[in-house]
Each structure stands twice: as structure tokens, then as C-alpha cells.
Design a protein around this ligand. Structure first.
Ligand SMILES: [Zn+2]
Length: 165
């Protein structure tokens, strides 16, 4: 297990995926991206209710909590896509190290390096700087959240991250 998250590699991979999939404007609909890459998405009811999602790398299937809202599900899928694009080979070799995604804040400090990378990938995949640049001066956090199909929390995190507020 690595000790430090590689944030720049996570951001780079997210922007490569956007380019590859020819996405030129928000919102980024992760279910469509999954179709493009042959990844199945299944909406399920977990027995523990604080689970947002998880991925099975052998069958390339992302399981998403059917009882959470659209914006949260979009982030959950983006997070698991982060694991798929950044960590799949690692997890296939070390399946015991995979962590289920629990419902907790994106900025949550107790995450492992690999979880931080998946969150960074997800945040930059869903709210790319090049798109945020076009809108952030003219739109409220609420309307940006709608436009990018993410929670207001994710928009606030991205604004702070890119512009310091
Ligand atoms: Zn994760």
C-alpha cells in the first residue's frame, strides 16, 4: 500500500477520461461513461444503510445505493470509476485492501491515500476546472450543483480547491 496520495496523477487521469469520452460540457453523467467502458452499474439496497457504493473488479460492476439521491450516486460512481482507472490492477492482486465507500464528507481526513486518490479523481471528473472556469463567476453554488449534477458540498470543495474560496 502506498503511503502518499498521488493527486496530480488522479487529476490527469480524470481529464484524460473526459477527453477520451469526448465530453465537452457539464453535466458528466457517470452512468454513460460506464457504458462507454463496459462497466455495469447496479442500483441495490445494502443491508447496512450507510454504504454509498462498492465495485466488483472481477465482473466490472459498480453497486450503488438505490436509496441515495442522483447527485450522490453520480459521485459514488465517479469514485468507483477512480478505483477502476487508477487502482484496478492493484485491487486484483490485493482484493482484501479494497474499501467499501461509506457515506461521509469528501474532505474527510481519515481516508487512506488510495481513497483520497479516488475522491480527487471523482471531484475532477465531475467538476473539471476547464468547465468550472466558464461558469463559477456567474452562478451560485446551488445552480452550479444542478449544472454539474453533483451536491453543493462537491461544488464548494472544488471552488475552494481551484480558487481558494
Ligand atoms: Zn473507495
Amino acid at each position: 500500500m502506498q503511503t502518499n496520495p498521488d493527486y496530480s496523477a488522479s487529476k490527469k487521469r480524470a481529464s484524460e477520461i473526459l477527453e477520451e469520452a469526448s465530453i465537452i460540457q457539464p453535466p458528466i453523467i457517470t452512468q454513460k461513461l460506464c457504458e462507454t467502458y463496459g462497466i455495469k452499474v447496479k442500483f441495490v439496497i445494502f443491508t447496512e444503510d450507510n454504504i454509498s457504493g462498492m465495485m466488483d473488479f472481477k465482473s466490472n460492476t459498480i453497486y450503488v445505493n438505490d436509496q441515495e439521491g442522483y447527485a450522490r450516486n453520480n459521485f459514488t460512481i465517479a469514485h468507483e470509476l477512480g478505483h477502476y482507472f487508477l487502482h484496478k490492477d492493484y485491487y486484483l492482486k490485493h482484493p482484501n485492501e479494497y474499501e467499501i465507500l461509506y457515506r461521509k464528507p469528501i474532505s474527510s481526513a481519515q481516508n487512506s491515500p488510495i481513497e483520497k486518490e479516488a475522491n480527487t479523481f471523482a471531484a475532477h471528473l465531475l467538476v473539471p476546472k476547464k468547465f468550472l472556469d466558464q461558469y463559477y463567476e456567474f452562478a451560485s453554488i446551488q445552480s452550479l450543483a444542478k449544472l454539474f449534477a453533483v451536491s453543493e458540498e462537491v461544488i464548494s470543495y472544488r471552488l475552494k480547491n481551484e480558487y481558494g474560496f
